[in-house]
Design a binder for this molecule. Structure first.
Ligand SMILES: Cc1cc2nc3c(=O)[nH]c(=O)nc-3n(C[C@H](O)[C@H](O)[C@H](O)COP(=O)(O)OP(=O)(O)OC[C@H]3O[C@@H](n4cnc5c(N)ncnc54)[C@H](O)[C@@H]3O)c2cc1C
Length: 259
């Protein structure tokens, strides 16, 4: 049993920054992470997606705006290269988290944390060994995971953002359920690499949590883009809708669906 002033559960952007702050305040600090250091943000979210977005931007340009920018000659865009770059960026950022933990003298535990009481937590390592940590303070920064639709389980034809971000190959076509920021980002990335994208949103507009002006601008941009996604708003994509949807949008149901 090891005693700490502060234990942080989860090493995502929320957790590792909290751990650094605890250490800076002079606390003996530990951080517990089961999977990827840097959490969703560094490994499956904003960081790798920004890298993919930049690549998709260049792909859009080379595919549709070459002449406008005075680019001549044969060009082709390889998604596997873009994907490998995004994974390399994610890996580098994840390594950076270890560096910051070491620099701030924070003890790392790579395992699954389970509370045993108000001031104790057990950490189960992959080896089967379990260690107990006790603490005066604990920060819970366990993050979130993808939320599947009722009765639609992720599988070969139903992916979450996590599947998409780690898969180096692309489907021919895809339905993206949800036109919030993550949905529209992936729509742009996939469309940039020639995937036929249908974006489905139950609210009346794209980006329903943002200002209506942003939704209108994005819809305009998608509508004018030669390879932009087809957008269907105001459609509830319930479990039964998986089979009903293709008729609504005139789309052949052979492709994966992305939640
Ligand atoms: C596709 C996508 C794009 C995004 N783009 C952006 C963006 O552009 N800008 C932006 O600001 N945000 C973006 N986000 C959101 C951002 O990723 C999250 O807000 C951020 O990751 C939340 O950080 P967190 O530390 O709270 O949780 P997480 O990053 O989810 O980290 C939680 C960590 O806790 C670990 N954990 C959970 N339970 C336990 C346990 N019991 N024991 C041990 N470890 C545990 C998990 O393994 C995980 O590593 C995006 C998200 C996604 C999915």
């Amino acid at each position: 049993m090891t005693q700490f002033d502060a234990v942080v559960l989860g090493a995502g952007p929320g957790g590792y920054v909290a751990a650094i702050r605890c250490a800076q305040l002079g606390m003996k600090t530990a951080i517990v992470e089961k999977n990827l250091w840097g959490g969703v943000g560094h490994n499956q979210g904003g960081i790798p997606v920004m890298s993919l977005l930049r690549s998709a931007d260049v792909a859009h340009l080379l595919t549709h705006d070459k002449e406008f920018y005075g680019i001549t000659g044969e060009t082709s865009c390889d998604y596997t290269v873009a994907h490998a770059r995004s994974r390399a960026v994610a890996e580098r950022m994840s390594k950076g988290v270890h560096f910051l933990m070491k620099k701030n003298k924070i003890t790392e535990y790579q395992g699954w944390g389970t509370f045993k009481g108000p001031s104790s937590l057990s950490v189960a390592f992959d080896t089967g060994v379990v260690e107990t940590l006790t603490f005066d303070h604990c920060v819970i920064a366990a993050g979130a995971t993808a939320k599947p639709l009722p009765m639609v389980l992720p599988g070969p034809h139903v992916w979450t953002y996590q599947d998409l971000v780690v898969t180096p190959s692309l489907p021919e076509s895809v339905v993206i359920v949800g036109a919030g920021s993550i949905g529209v980002e992936f729509a742009y990335i996939l469309a940039g690499y020639g995937v036929r994208v249908t974006l489905v949103e139950s609210a009346k507009r794209l980006l329903p949590d943002e200002e209506p002006e942003a939704s209108a601008l994005l819809l305009l941009s998608f509508s004018f883009s030669l390879c932009g996604p087809a957008v269907t708003c105001g459609v509830v994509f319930a479990s039964a809708g998986v089979t009903a949807l293709p008729e609504q949008v005139g789309w052949v149901p052979t492709s994966p669906c992305f939640l």
